[in-house]
Design a binder for this molecule. Structure first.
Ligand SMILES: Cc1cc2nc3c(=O)[nH]c(=O)nc-3n(C[C@H](O)[C@H](O)[C@H](O)COP(=O)(O)OP(=O)(O)OC[C@H]3O[C@@H](n4cnc5c(N)ncnc54)[C@H](O)[C@@H]3O)c2cc1C
Length: 331
């Protein structure tokens, strides 16, 4: 195992909305900070589930899409230049005899810190990959698992593949943007779809193909040109510029038990200071369990700053309980 010898004041595990705001606040408290995120991008559930959705319940922001919220949160987090590590899954957390925490990733690195803030949610969600040859060649170029920035599909022929209401949601969003929208469903119904959504789909210009499967992708260097779909024994080759697929998500559970943390229903039990059962490890956001806990973005912000203030006190008991940004930043 390779050891990163720098000892940070705080390592935040998880770079979702909670981890990002927590990192910003660590900077405000003058703490050296590292975020370790198992994904190749920041944003957690907001990036995976809500990139194009309008969010209304963040104080001071009447409405904002998930993607735009994340852009602002990243800008805020980068203000104090935290170290950000991508694509590493923390498997083990150990407190050494000298009180320093060693965090070992499955990728073979050991990270060191005086305190740890767990901002992992309950784990990482990965999309279920369609069973299609060469799909990875197109992924992130013309095949996508989420609908970031709908305007990128303006004037394009888009095929959506989903058996759930998410496919309908995407189709209705793209109908007025894309040149043509196909919605391919291997079943004859859409899981979890409300009658009103089905009605809107029927009234739309979306071309719906039920009982149909994706058979083959055609294109070059990641650029899709067409897709063959099959319904019963009939094959049809359709010109397509982009493919979006949603076939559910699989969860990789964060191994809290391995880390020695007390849990309740797979979430980390914390007290009012966001302290866990291990001295020096704090938690915030969807990862936590306490009476009255709500699974909301804004709850993660408050819990994050409480966790940071507690971590600061843990390192330096004489530090003030909190600080004001209006006092720290004078312009
Ligand atoms: C469909 C849906 C709609 C929602 N709508 C709203 C809404 O309108 N308003 C609202 O306020 N909230 C909403 N929420 C809730 C909101 O998305 C969550 O409360 C918020 O995203 C939690 O953020 P988090 O950072 O605590 O956790 P997450 O977003 O889950 O982020 C955790 C991060 O930790 C990483 N991670 C996990 N384990 C490890 C590990 N071992 N090593 C390294 N990295 C790890 C994960 O990859 C992930 O990026 C919604 C949620 C869903 C699913």
């Amino acid at each position: 195992m390779e050891e990163n010898s720098k000892i940070y004041d705080v390592i935040i595990i998880g770079g979702g909305t909670t981890g990002l705001f927590t990192a910003f606040y660590c900077g405000m408290r003058d703490m050296t900070t590292k975020i370790i995120e198992s994904d190749s991008r920041l944003g957690g559930k907001v990036a995976k589930f809500l990139p194009e959705k309008m969010i209304y319940d963040i104080g001071g922001i009447p409405k904002i899409t998930g993607d735009n919220l994340l852009a602002q949160m990243e800008e805020q987090a980068y203000m104090h230049q935290p170290k950000i590590v991508y694509n590493e899954w923390i498997e083990e957390v150990t407190k050494n005899e000298d009180g320093i925490f060693s965090l070992a990733s499955t990728e073979g690195t050991v990270h060191l810190a005086k305190t740890v803030i767990v901002a992992t949610g309950t784990g990482r969600f990965d999309p279920v990959q369609p069973d299609l040859a060469n799909i990875s060649m197109y992924t992130d170029k013309t095949h996508h698992y989420t609908m970031h920035n709908p305007q990128q599909y303006a004037g394009k022929q888009v095929m959506l593949n989903s058996n759930t209401r998410i496919g309908i949601d995407w189709a209705l969003t793209l109908e007025s943007i894309a040149e043509k929208v196909y919605l391919v469903n291997s079943k004859k119904t859409f899981q979890h779809a409300a009658d009103v959504e089905l009605e809107r789909l029927r009234d739309s210009s979306v071309i719906v193909k039920l009982n149909s499967d994706l058979q083959q992708l055609h294109g070059e260097d990641g650029w899709l040109e067409s897709i063959t779909i099959k319904s019963k024994d009939v094959e049809e080759r359709i010109k397509v510029d982009h493919l979006l697929t949603y076939n559910g998500l699989k969860m990789n559970q964060t191994p809290f038990d391995n880390w020695g943390l007390e849990t309740d229903s797979n979430r980390v039990v914390v007290d009012h200071q966001m302290a866990t059962n291990i001295d020096g490890i704090f938690a915030a956001g969807d990862a936590t369990a306490y009476p009255g806990k709500t699974m909301l973005i804004a709850s993660g912000y408050t819990e994050g700053l409480t966790a940071v203030n507690s971590a600061k006190k843990y390192i330096n008991p004489k530090a003030p309980a909190q600080v004001y940004s209006t006092v720290i930043y004078r312009k």
